[in-house]
Design a binder for this molecule. Structure first.
Ligand SMILES: Cc1cc2nc3c(=O)[nH]c(=O)nc-3n(C[C@H](O)[C@H](O)[C@H](O)COP(=O)(O)OP(=O)(O)OC[C@H]3O[C@@H](n4cnc5c(N)ncnc54)[C@H](O)[C@@H]3O)c2cc1C
Length: 320
């Protein structure tokens, strides 16, 4: 019996969410008196033995042309076989785009209980109960998983990354990789932009910025800080910014270390996508704006006066 952690990688590098999932999985293993192991698909450039620092004893690699790109059906099929070989009883994913597409398929394949969006370690004092976010982060639910194999996908920024001195053993797992039902023929990436879903820092603008022409107030600060840019749905609907930047209930849900919101009211549908951010800073000229209730730091002021000052201050700090 072991705890298996799916390690997400992009362009050969293990993603930060996986360090969190590994630390979480290692703690679950400790609670259950067993060991934690990782599994990674495709060509990886990172030194996988270093994953031992996050509490993993062994890393199983799955190589081959067919697994270099994410195909959630193929990955779920391979994972189902791996779980049987490894005799894993708990499987942990990061609740990011990859985890969201693979974990439910794996759950259906194995008829295994899944808690998606977990925010805490399982309570094993009476069964296996996992706390998760519900109603867009407005409430919690404690869900008991009763199946033999248990699947958890962990919300980003829900568990701290813990490092130790360990190193992991790395070994290829020989598994029959099924043929893909779909084929990725091209990947067109937006270049020159930091991907919003993975960004640590996000600068975001709302309707208070009055129009697309004023967006330099957002992009200038984002460039200086190496941050991604985001916006409210109202802004994307108005065509001021592309829809892939829209965050919230009907847009992307993100959990960066810093969410810096300028000229946004903080509508409940917007907060649903950003309220898991570690630190929220709000700039709004209306001191009664609902966003201030969710903010860690707030500036009551006109964005057109405040933002140039912040940009200047950051430039000064950086010696630009
Ligand atoms: C079913 C449904 C789903 C939705 N999903 C989403 C979603 O996913 N994401 C989302 O964002 N919205 C969503 N919405 C829309 C949401 O309800 C709000 O209408 C939207 O978030 C408002 O965007 P905003 O804050 O940019 O604009 P506004 O609500 O117009 O707020 C503008 C803010 O800017 C401030 N302001 C004005 N001028 C200045 C200035 N010069 N300096 C500083 N501050 C200034 C104002 O005080 C105000 O607080 C959804 C709505 C529905 C009904």
């Amino acid at each position: 019996m072991s705890v298996l952690i799916f390690l997400d990688q992009s362009e050969g590098h293990i993603k930060k969410n996986s360090f969190e999932a590994a630390s979480y999985g290692a703690k679950v293993a400790e609670l259950l008196g067993t060991s934690a192991e990782g599994i990674v698909f495709g060509k990886v450039n990172d030194d996988l033995t270093a994953m031992g620092a996050y509490g993993l004893k062994k890393i199983h690699t799955i190589s081959g042309e067919a697994v270099n790109e994410l195909d959630s059906q193929v990955f779920a099929n391979v994972l189902a076989q791996a779980i049987e070989i490894i005799a894993a009883k708990v499987v942990v994913f990061a609740n990011n785009l990859d985890g969201k597409s693979i974990a439910p398929r794996l759950s259906a394949k194995l008829k295994a209980g899944l808690v998606s969006g977990a925010v805490a370690l399982p309570d094993i004092s009476n069964g296996f109960v996992v706390k998760k976010n519900v109603f867009s982060g407005k409430a919690f639910a404690n869900v008991s998983i009763n199946t033999d194999v248990k699947i958890i996908s962990l919300n980003p920024n829900s568990y701290k990354i813990i490092t130790t001195d360990g190193t992991a053993e790395v070994a290829e797992l020989n598994i029959q990789i099924p043929g893909a039902k779909v084929k990725v023929t091209a990947v067109n990436k937006v270049s020159g932009e930091i991907p919003l879903a993975e960004a640590e820092l996000v600068i975001s603008g709302g309707r208070g910025l009055k129009g697309a022409d004023n967006w330099h107030l957002i992009t200038d600060l984002a460039k200086l800080l190496g941050a991604a840019t985001a916006c409210s749905r109202a802004v994307a609907d108005a065509g001021w910014r592309p829809h892939h930047e829209h965050v919230g209930q009907t847009g992307l849900a993100i959990a960066p270390n810093l969410y810096f919101a300028v000229g946004m009211s903080g509508a409940i549908q917007h907060l649903a996508g950003v309220n898991r951010s570690k630190v929220i800073v709000v700039v709004n000229k209306d001191s009664e704006a609902p966003f201030f209730k969710a903010a860690d730091y707030g500036i009551v002021g006109d964005a057109f006066e405040v933002m140039p000052k912040i940009i200047e201050a950051v430039k000064k700090l950086k010696g630009i």
